[in-house]
Design a protein around this ligand. Sequence first.
Ligand code: MTE
Ligand code: MO
Length: 307
Amino acid sequence: MLIRTRRGWEIPESAATPEALAFGRRAALAGAAAMALPSIARAEDVPAARNPRYVAGRAITGERDATTYNNYYEFGTDKGIFRPAQKLPLRPWTVKVDGLVDSPMEFGIDDLLKTMPIEERVYRLRCVEAWSMVVPWSGFPLSALLAKVGVKPEAKFVRFETAALPAVMPGLRQSWYPWPYVEACTVEEAGNELSFLVTGAYGKPLLPQNGAPIRFHQPWKYGFKAGKSLARISLVAERPKTFWEAIQPQEYGFWANINPEVPHPRWSQASERVLGTGDRVPTQLFNGYGEFVAGLYTNLQRERLWT
Ligand SMILES: Nc1nc2c(c(=O)[nH]1)N[C@H]1C(S)=C(S)[C@@H](COP(=O)(O)O)O[C@H]1N2
Ligand SMILES: [Mo]
């Protein structure tokens, strides 16, 4: 378990105590056994039922590896940003959904969690830097949120804007980066069943370093497409300029679909290092999710789909 500052809403140990006593679980409170207490029934805490449709085909990455080796440039450019990221204030948190929608809405994160169909999905994540992991995320399909606001026919892209909080994010002082971190996909990609808004991992609320309280994930695309700590989701007509594309378009394009045969200009994408095990395994086209997503691209062959 990480040494970290717990937020008030992260109940498992702190607020669970009175209930545990009430249920006569006094013994369980002793020492490390307290960690095994079931958490109080809050939508975000309840380990959600795993959707068996998505099979990772590889061992789940150790929680410690997935939560201590992260990319989150707002907190710094090294992999150890889990420490400074604990300063991210997770409540109150609102997500604005606006642009070309029938009903623009602003959600408090807890209200959103109550109304969305939360499930667990074990997905692979492949970073463009050629490392990968397998995580049991919990959350809900982006399509469920889009159905709630109603997407207008003129909308062609979904733009994801992530939180930019200068008081807690030292990376924002690096003014040569085009903050805030913006990512985007097409409306068609957004509607694909794999497009997932993540609010938890390993049966617990998401930790700041992984993009709490809500981040995106499309497992067939390189990890940089997965904006963390989302503040605003906008339906737009024009293709947004994304963070990494603005910095280095030749290396990090808009589409960024995973393809072992298309090298990054500075390294091969043929294989990947599996976090925690040190194994090197072959990278798969669309990260192995081609059966779900290949059809999205049949009419886009002139686009630079891979890098
Ligand atoms: N806001 C924001 N989101 C971000 C990033 C970032 O620097 N800032 N890094 C991306 C990259 S490069 C990857 S690989 C994934 C990593 O997610 P993880 O730390 O949960 O593995 O987050 C993505 N989302
Ligand atoms: Mo990445």
